[in-house]
Design a protein around this ligand. Structure first.
Ligand SMILES: C[S@@+](CC[C@H](N)C(=O)[O-])C[C@H]1O[C@@H](n2cnc3c(N)ncnc32)[C@H](O)[C@@H]1O
Length: 292
């Protein structure tokens, strides 16, 4: 069995046209944010962002399988004392393009650096927007379960009648909790807030995200041998993680120096041994030259 990692140099708008329709299981990416990091890889004016992104998202919609998911890591910045609205405009435009905006996850940056501004506090979170092509998509929820923790000991000890009934909540939210179902269980489903530190092993890119970020979504939305795509590859974090997790992947990067760096570090194929119990074992290393 072979796991393939293909990386391509060029503008996603053009390169994506070469990929087959309905061929990708998960698109996970962090695009250039509007007008940020101009010095390294250019910026797009916030007013032009939607116009710039839509031809790319049109291709992404075409290449994604109906059962697949697109996760977009993005955060609008502050311009002249006001938050930009281009992310909200993008969500609306993508819905018109045919995407379902299924969910918004929050990445809480546990170690946001300290600072003081006259009109706001330090920004310690980013959005991960989940888009789908159909309302029925693959989601392997058990793969991301978390330990119940201490909450269970205190909250589950004294259950009220409301807690024990379905479709009733103390706050009248209409969401039944039926908390008693969780007594004696060790694991629970997580929330849509991910608490992760920002630091990452790869120091060769000014905007690399931590490996734990793509890892969580790859676990949730794919199974081994599925295909993961990152159309704004940067230092290749998504592709390295996908390969380690035995997923095929494709990465696209416009800047030759980033592309070359990933190419030098990555094995384009990884061989797997098929175990009798369907577990796979890697027999090759992911990275030829570790960057840590
Ligand atoms: C925010 S960074 C991605 C960082 C990446 N997640 C990582 O962990 O290293 C965005 C990347 O997209 C690349 N890029 C910008 N415009 C592009 C385009 N039109 N097609 C392909 N890549 C592009 C930039 O050069 C940059 O490396």
């Amino acid at each position: 069995m072979e796991i393939k990692t293909e990386i391509k140099l060029g503008d996603s708008k053009n390169i994506l046209k070469k990929l087959d329709d309905n061929s990708v299981d998960l698109i996970f990416t962090s695009p250039p944010y509007a007008d940020q990091r101009k010095s390294t890889y250019g910026g797009i004016h916030p007013d032009k962002y939607v116009e710039w992104f839509l031809p790319i998202s049109e291709e992404l919609l075409r290449v994604l399988k109906p059962s697949g998911t697109f996760v977009l890591n993005i955060k609008e910045k502050v311009v002249k004392g006001e938050r930009s609205t281009y992310v909200m405009e993008l969500i609306i435009a993508m819905r018109k393009q045919g995407w379902f905006w299924t969910e918004e996850f929050i990445w809480h940056k546990k170690n946001a650096f300290p600072g003081k501004w006259p009109n706001r506090f330090r920004d310690s979170w980013e959005r991960l927007l989940q888009f789908n092509k159909s309302k029925k998509f693959n989601m392997y929820q058990k793969e991301v379960m978390v330990p119940m923790g201490d909450w269970a000991k205190t909250r589950l000890k004294n259950l009220s009648e409301t807690d024990k009934r379905r479709d009733e909540s103390k706050v009248g939210s209409g969401f039944g909790k039926n908390i008693s179902n969780w007594v004696d269980r060790d694991m629970a489903y997580p929330t849509n807030v991910l608490h992760l530190a920002t630091e990452c092993n790869n120091k060769n890119h000014s905007a690399a995200f931590p490996e734990a970020l793509p890892e969580w979504f790859i676990k949730l939305f794919t199974k081994p041998e599925d295909i993961v795509l990152d159309p704004f590859m940067g230092s290749g974090t998504t592709n390295f993680v996908a390969q380690r997790m035995n997923r095929n992947s494709i990465g696209i990067e416009i800047l030759p120096e980033y592309y070359q760096r990933v190419k030098d570090q990555l094995e384009p194929t990884k061989l797997l041994l098929l175990e009798p119990d369907d577990e796979y074992e890697s027999i090759k290393l992911n990275r030829r030259h570790a960057v840590r």
